[in-house]
Design a binder for this molecule. Structure first.
Ligand SMILES: O=CC(=O)O
Length: 411
């Protein structure tokens, strides 16, 4: 009987305290528009968000103290949480910096900033610390509520099925070609990516590769260390300004490249799934026609079954021996053995590549060529962009656990 009486009192405490917290949360939501905006606006830096969160947290603590004083004593917070829904709990946990009970699994090692920021907020697991997915899942399957992946290690159906409590897949990339979207859709698991924040950097790299290739920057740089100095020691280079640029895929990044190319006085045309008359650029329904009318062909589309090997031997031949190819999309967009033979045989003038068909491998034959400039899939790897991408991944995770609209959902 005494035990039951205790249960009833405890229940009332929980309801009262839980309601009070719910009121407090409602008040925070209604009154702290400014702080809320700071917390939720993806444009704000984490520093600003942390300051806002600190203020909210101080206020929440004050309210909790007041509640305790008013009511003599309070039951443990954990109990009061039982009367709130999971989004309210997540909000309180966020405010109190306690999302760390939520398990987040990173599919591979990533930039230190995202790892540190995730670890500050969540219970972070890294798959690379375990011998296999199944070894990890055996120990932690029920803890994982979010998967964070990237272009290196995506998320397949088996990974998705390994975590029964999975609520979101967030990729630290704009591309999501290595996530089993069909499976996520079937299971109702949302997927987010990091568009917009990386557009400038990737578009910059496309132009940088074209400039480096045409101006032969790396070749001339290397020659200096062999003692070649004089003007006559070098072959003439080629001009970028005014060259006809053909873009495959006029999405965000393709449009960023077009804008930059215009700055160099280059006429821009494009091929994509549909025409975008509002851009004013010339549209080619067929990639062969685009290549035949371009001097620089830039690949910037998403990888799908339709765009795999979109740049094949025919396209390379249509571009011709004076043409160059730039690829900042995905390696499999280009038939790589065909590209290599065209470069060796002089059927193509050059290639600037940030992506390769079997990453992280770079074909040995490419490494030996002078008419290429190669970078190892680093398009978005600037300090500024990596931080912005990480912030966006985290903002999406927090939105998911707080039941708010995702910032950049793919599905
Ligand atoms: O390749 C990089 C990305 O998809 O973000």
């Amino acid at each position: 009987m005494a035990k039951d009486a205790h249960k009833i009192v405890d229940y009332h405490w929980r309801v009262a305290y839980g309601e009070k917290l719910q009121d407090d949360i409602r008040r925070l939501q209604e009154e702290n528009e400014y702080l809320k905006k700071l917390l939720w606006n993806s444009q704000n830096s984490w520093l600003e968000k942390q300051r806002a969160a600190q203020l909210v947290k101080e206020e929440a603590t004050e309210m909790a103290v007041e509640t305790q004083m008013e009511e003599g004593c309070g039951p443990p917070e954990a109990k009061s949480f039982q009367v709130m829904d999971k989004h309210q709990i997540a909000l309180v946990e966020l405010i109190q910096g306690r999302m760390e009970s939520i398990g987040v699994l990173m599919t591979c090692s990533m930039h230190s900033y995202i790892e540190e920021e995730l670890a500050k907020r969540f219970n972070l697991f890294k798959l690379c610390n375990y011998s296999s997915l199944s070894a990890f899942a055996q120990a932690h399957a029920d803890s994982v509520r979010a998967l964070v992946c990237n272009t290196e290690v995506g998320v397949d159906a088996n990974t998705i099925d390994s975590f029964p409590k999975l609520e979101i897949v967030a990729t630290y990339s704009v591309g999501f070609d290595n996530i089993d979207i069909k499976k996520c859709r079937e299971k109702g698991i949302p997927v987010t990516n990091t568009p917009n924040v990386l557009t400038d950097c990737v578009a910059d790299l496309a132009i940088a590769l074209a400039l480096a290739l045409l101006c032969r920057i790396s070749h001339i740089h290397r020659s200096l260390s062999y003692g070649l100095r004089k003007y006559s020691d070098f072959q003439f280079t080629t001009k970028l300004s005014g060259k006809a640029v053909g873009i495959v895929g006029l999405g965000r990044i393709g449009s960023g490249i077009a804008k930059r190319a215009l700055g160099f006085g280059c006429p821009v045309s494009y091929h994509s799934r549909s025409e975008k008359p509002e851009t004013g650029y010339k549209y080619y329904h067929n990639i062969l026609d685009l290549a035949a009318n371009s001097e620089i062909l830039v690949v910037a589309c998403a990888l799908t079954e339709e765009t795999r090997h979109i740049v094949n031997r025919q396209v390379i031949d249509a571009l011709g021996p004076k043409g160059i190819v730039i690829n900042i999309g995905r390696g499999p967009h280009i038939d790589e053995p065909e590209l290599v033979s065209a470069l060796i045989e002089g059927r193509l003038a050059g290639a600037g590549l940030d992506v390769f068909e079997n990453e992280p491998d770079v074909p040995q034959q490419l490494l030996g060529l002078e008419n290429v400039v190669l970078t190892p899939h680093v398009g978005s790897d600037t300090v500024e962009t990596c931080m912005a991408m990480a912030d966006l991944v985290i903002a999406n995770l927090e939105a998911c656990f707080l039941g708010k609209p995702l910032l950049t959902p793919v599905i």
